[in-house]
Design a protein around this ligand. Structure first.
Ligand SMILES: [Zn+2]
Length: 392
């Protein structure tokens, strides 16, 4: 039988243990970290005096971040450096390029699972990646110098004074709005560019073929339409390449232009696009049509924001409701109005070729994600990437 004292002790321990185990790490906070002088917000927790952030946040530095399911470890890669941080361990396994061996090094704190997500000690990881780290107590902020230049590869509008403008339609192909858009474009004799989702091509290959047959630009918009910021680097690569392969299969060709879902991406995602040889196309005119905007409201935005080299963002797929009636109603009016103002409609590919003739793209830091982003339309499908496992 338990004595009253023992039961009391057990009760006290039962109440105390969660606070001992979780302590201050249960407080999830949010603050900006300065990465190459650009403030980028992150969720974080303080644990034993260490600043712990979601492992994927490190993608903003340009480093590749992956997950190894076998070893339950986060794998970081930048330049010639590669190391793995296993969850629940206070060490890292570092890959030695010259010997091909993994060598274990202690860390001052352990990598943790927080709400199903790996959190890593930011300062230690950044230093291991060869980055400069500075904490300024006056402003209570952390500054990271990445020493990892990522060539600029993001285009909001083409650098041209010529009155060229590009219509772009995202998220298709599908069989309700896409045929209506195609018939308006055909009637007006105007080309557009379709940023297609790989999975949608498998559902509507004939409509995909019609888009290409009508002379429109084709472009990659991932396979599942996930927010790239929250995907492991190898998943991002897979999302892009599988869509490229599907276009090659259905059309016999593939594009070199890409748009990230929601216009959201990190420097590591741009590095992948550079690696594959694709341009990151954003927009300069956001019609906000996905929100069920009326044709009148869309026209107001077009008149306000259209400019030479402009890229107009519209959609041709809406999963939840028929919200794009305004897009269909506005389209002939957009074409007529802008043509009256002297604009010529071109595909993104043609626009980039024109730009190449005028201004060669500058090398430097990738630009940051734009502020305006449509809300999530589809849930990402979790995928575990395969990376070389660290030796135990
Ligand atoms: Zn989209």
């Amino acid at each position: 039988m338990f004595s009253k004292k023992k039961i009391f002790f057990a009760l006290v321990m039962f109440l105390l243990i969660p606070s001992i185990v979780y302590g201050n790490e249960s407080r999830l906070l949010e603050a900006p970290i300065y990465i190459d002088d650009v403030p980028i917000n992150t969720r974080y927790i303080m644990r034993e005096g260490h600043l712990m952030v979601p492992a994927l946040y490190l993608k903003h530095t340009g480093a590749y971040v992956d997950w190894n399911d076998q070893y339950r470890s986060v794998v970081f890669k930048a330049k010639d450096k590669m190391f793995a941080l296993p969850v629940g361990k206070s060490y890292s396994d570092d890959f030695n390029q010259s010997t091909g061996k993994w060598i274990r090094h202690p860390l001052p704190t352990s990598t943790i699972d927080f709400g199903g997500e790996p959190f890593v000690p930011l300062i230690d990881v950044a230093k291991k990646l060869g980055m400069g780290v500075r904490y300024d107590p006056k402003v209570n902020r952390t500054f990271i110098t990445t020493n990892l230049p990522i060539a600029a590869n993001s285009i909001e509008s083409a650098g041209t004074t010529e009155k060229l403008v590009a219509l772009t339609f995202d998220d298709g192909p599908e069989d309700y709005y896409t045929p209506k858009i195609l018939s308006i474009l055909k009637e007006k004799g105007v080309p557009a560019t379709f940023f297609v989702v790989g999975r949608q091509i498998t559902y509507f290959p004939e409509i995909m073929k019609q888009i290409a047959k009508d002379g429109h630009g084709i472009a990659n918009h991932t396979w599942h339409h996930p927010d790239l910021r929250y995907q492991w680097s190898s998943t991002v690569k897979e999302e892009i390449i599988s869509t490229q392969n599907e276009m090659q299969k259905v059309l016999g060709k593939k594009p070199d232009v890409f748009r990230p879902p929601y216009g959201a991406y990190t420097k590591a995602d741009v590095a992948i696009l550079n690696e594959i040889g694709m341009r990151n196309i954003l927009w300069s005119v956001d019609t906000l049509d996905w929100s069920g905007m009326s044709a009148e409201a869309i026209m107001e935005i077009i008149h306000r924001d259209a400019s030479p080299g402009g890229i107009i963002l519209q959609h041709n797929f809406q999963s939840k409701a028929r919200l794009l009636d305004g897009t269909i109603e506005a389209l002939p009016r957009i074409i007529d109005d802008l043509q009256k103002q002297g604009y010529k409609f071109v595909t993104i590919q043609t626009m980039l070729d024109e730009q190449k003739g005028q201004n060669p793209p500058a090398e430097g830091q990738a630009i940051e994600p734009p502020v305006s982003q449509p809300p999530a339309q589809e849930k990402p499908i979790d995928q575990q990437p395969i990376v070389p496992p660290p030796a135990q």
